[in-house]
Design a protein around this ligand. Structure first.
Ligand code: C2E
Ligand code: CA
Ligand code: CA
Length: 715
């Protein structure tokens, strides 16, 4: 730009420089004949390399004022300025030269053609350098900005989209492009998995999320493949493939249809950008790996429990809920298979089950592996149906060239009326599954509200029971047993009591099954045994030397391998006489493992302890079976004694039991005797022994002592 009020200077300059090429490019000129005109031009023309400026124009300092305007007001810092003046005396202050970044100061007479040429050439060079520097500074600023933006993106796909957007911004081009990467669930499988287009702009959006081979452009696929093979970026005439190295060596490449040759500057910037992106990529891959570990099962590649819960919560919060169902699928006898055929085989088996579920339900449902041999299926209730699932197990599974026939048990829940969160729904489905397992392997069960309430209460009770036992809050009461003919006291049955801190009694019918279920009964039972023995010894010391102590023993206790040892130890430690101890076992127990029972009973009897069958008549025992068992006494269940009162036909069951017992040479005791009528009826059946409220309720040890005292006085 030539600014001079002397038109001759304009023509002289264009004449001097006009035919020249600088840096292989011709010069083009702008002309202004006054400072004011120059201001006008500069208003919209900002891409000027050099201004040849006359110092003295309208005013003596018009030139310098214009410089100030250019640098300060317009903020044009790149343009080079060469001051020219007709008179040597008008040289500006050295300060002005520095402050306004003036390249050169020459008197017009100094500027010969050659000198002018040299001055302009060097000014243009420095202009280009300055431009390059500020462009790269802007570029770097953008890269830093882009990198921070990218860091905030979660997941490889988001990241890829981010890279693509940022790069268009960086180059100032709206070009077509895409990012492709290898996609696989398993880290181990990434290397040989396929390349997918995970982000795309403009022309390429149609192939988004498809394999690279879906793209029908050989040249594009070619440059991408070359960049991946060489592991570096390739710049070609109209296209660029940027390679992003990363620690995991996961292939990740960006294709850009630039439509023109990128200049050196752009390439350098892209290099820096790629470096930055690579760092970001490492981060993204690390976090997505952590994400995978957190949400996917490494063995089968299915979602894990956590992921299922996420989806489940989403479903419960959406309208999908009204027709969705969740099911848990448990492989029957998996533990045995695993033990018998080895863990490796077991793993393969699980994978092939996962695969079959995936093939059948993968498109419509969320499948997860939530336990070692438990899978979950979440989806529309039209799909998540037991029939639909069970048929998958009809044909054998191919494992390691073997055919394995499996069956499964299923628990289900319908989510439509469900108002708790996902983890509750999963728990409840598990409850249904447990119920299905106890009922029948290979079957299924839908969750009902009752199941949940019941089980949750039981779990709470179990914790409370354990605590109560540990804090010695359990105690025994003793219910006397008498001979109805003489009124003589035979002994008592020890019965367990639990009084909570709030003073509430929990009935044994409630907590004993829980103690049995949780295995706690083994410890509690041992304590009962020892306490009752001690009480027996205590009563004997008071002179009640023919007093018999009846102690309840439950199935879990009885079949425990250390039961005999525990019993012996209790006798030894308490010095209780075995002849005055009776163990009450239930009839149903006699059915479970006859051989073990016979053996244990024999050992017990050898000690001198006697055995009675509790609740007799309720457990459908076979009589032939009963004959084989060496027991001493039958206890008629309270239900049959109760029936006597009602005078119904059931009353005769008590009579039958008495007759049966007599025929087997066993003594008979009736429990739950509440009225004189019942007592008399039983006596008429020839049953003399009784226990019941008519005679005494279960008594604390102190009350028992008082009661015993009264009895001796009576007799
Ligand atoms: P069970 O062995 O059949 O005990 C007899 C139950 O009948 C006791 O209930 C007793 O209080 C109750 N009973 C006695 N006479 C009458 C009566 O005239 N009328 C009525 N309505 N009931 C009467 P409890 O103490 O609630 O015990 C319930 C069950 O808990 C026992 O049935 C027994 O199976 C189990 N149990 C209690 N203590 C122990 C224990 O120490 N160990 C084990 N394994 N089970 C125990
Ligand atoms: Ca009993
Ligand atoms: Ca009973």
């Amino acid at each position: 730009m030539i600014i001079d009020d002397d038109p001759d200077v304009h023509s002289a300059t264009t004449f001097a420089l006009g035919s020249l090429e600088i840096q292989h490019r011709p010069l083009s000129f702008l002309h202004a004949y006054s400072a004011a005109e120059a201001r006008d031009i500069l208003q919209h023309e900002t891409d000027i390399a050099i201004i040849l400026l006359d110092v003295v124009m309208e005013q003596e300092d018009a030139g310098l004022q214009l410089v100030s305007h250019i640098r300060k007001t317009l903020g044009l810092s790149d343009v080079r300025i060469i001051l020219r003046t007709g008179q040597p005396g008008y040289a500006p202050e050295i300060d002005a030269i520095r402050d306004y970044d003036i390249n050169d100061y020459k008197t017009k007479s100094e500027l010969t053609r050659t000198k002018l040429y040299t001055a302009v050439t060097s000014a243009i060079r420095s202009y280009e350098q300055i431009c390059a520097i500020s462009a790269s500074r802007r570029g770097l600023e953008m890269i830093i900005h882009a990198s921070t933006e990218l860091m905030a993106l979660q997941g490889l796909q988001n990241f890829a989209v981010g890279v693509l957007t940022q790069i268009s911004g960086l180059l100032g081009l709206h070009c077509d492009g895409f990012v492709c990467a290898r996609q696989a669930i398993h880290d181990t499988q990434v290397a040989d998995s396929e390349l997918y287009i995970i982000a795309a702009t403009n022309a390429y959006t149609s192939v988004l999320n498809q394999p690279l081979r879906a793209l029908d452009q050989a040249s594009v696929a070619d440059i991408v493949q070359r960049s991946l093979q060489k592991r570096h970026s390739i710049y070609e005439a109209e296209a660029t493939a940027l390679y992003f190295s990363n620690v995991a060596q996961r292939d990740f490449t960006l294709y850009l249809n630039t439509g023109l040759h990128l200049n050196e500057m752009d390439k350098r910037l892209l290099g820096v950008f790629c470096g930055n992106v690579s760092v970001g990529l490492d981060n993204v891959m690390l976090t997505s790996r952590l994400h995978n570990y957190a949400f996917y099962d490494p063995l089968t590649g299915l979602a894990n429990r956590l992921k299922l819960l996420q989806t489940l919560n989403e479903v419960l919060a959406s309208s999908l809920k009204s027709h969705s169902a969740l099911s848990l699928i448990d492989i029957d006898h998996f533990a045995e298979t695993n033990d018998a055929l080895g863990h490796q085989f077991g793993d393969l088996l699980l994978c092939s089950v996962a695969q079959r579920l995936q093939n059948h339900f993968g498109k419509t449902c969320q499948i997860a592996r939530v336990g070692s041999d438990t899978f979950a299926l979440l989806g529309d209730e039209k799909m998540v149906r037991p029939e639909e699932i069970l048929t998958l197990f009809n044909s054998p599974f191919d494992v390691d060239q073997q055919e394995v026939q499996l069956s499964s048990t299923i628990g289900l829940i319908k989510l439509d009326e469900y108002d708790s969160d996902g983890s509750e729904a999963l728990k409840d489905t598990n409850i249904a599954l447990k119920r299905a397992k106890t009922n029948q392997r290979g079957g299924y069960e839908y969750f009902t509200r009752n199941m949940g309430v019941e089980i949750r209460e039981r779990v709470l009770l179990m914790h409370a029971l354990r605590a109560a036992f540990e804090h010695e809050k359990l105690f025994l009461v003793y219910q006397p047993q008498i001979d109805m003919r003489s009124g003589r006291v035979l002994g008592a049955e020890a019965l367990l009591r639990w009084k909570t801190d709030e003073g509430k009694f929990i009935p044994p019918d409630q907590f004993i099954p829980i103690a049995e279920y949780s295995g706690l009964i083994v410890e509690i039972g041992e304590w009962v045994l020892r306490t009752a023995c001690l009480e027996l010894v205590h009563l004997r010391s008071l002179g009640y030397t023919d007093f018999q102590m009846a102690i309840n023993v439950s199935q879990a206790q009885f079949s425990h391998p250390l039961f005999m040892q525990t019993l012996n130890k209790a006798l030894e430690d308490t010095q209780a006489p075995p002849n005055f101890i009776e163990l009450e076992i239930t009839e149903s127990m006699a059915m479970k493992d006859p051989d073990l029972l016979i053996k244990t009973l024999y050992q017990i009897k050898q000690l001198g302890i006697s055995i009675s069958i509790d609740d007799f008549g309720t457990g459908f025992s076979s009589l032939s079976h009963l004959q084989k068992l060496d027991v001493d006494k039958l206890k008629i269940d309270r239900a049959f004694v109760n029936a006597i009162q009602k005078n119904s036909s059931e009353g005769s069951i008590a009579k039958m039991i008495v007759q049966l017992g007599q025929s087997l040479g066993l003594s008979i005791i009736a429990e739950g005797v509440e009225s004189e009528m019942q007592a008399n009826t039983l006596l008429s059946y020839d049953c003399h022994l009784a226990q019941g409220y008519l005679y005494a309720k279960p008594l604390t040890r102190e009350d028992l002592q008082v009661w015993m005292g009264q009895q001796t006085l009576l007799s």
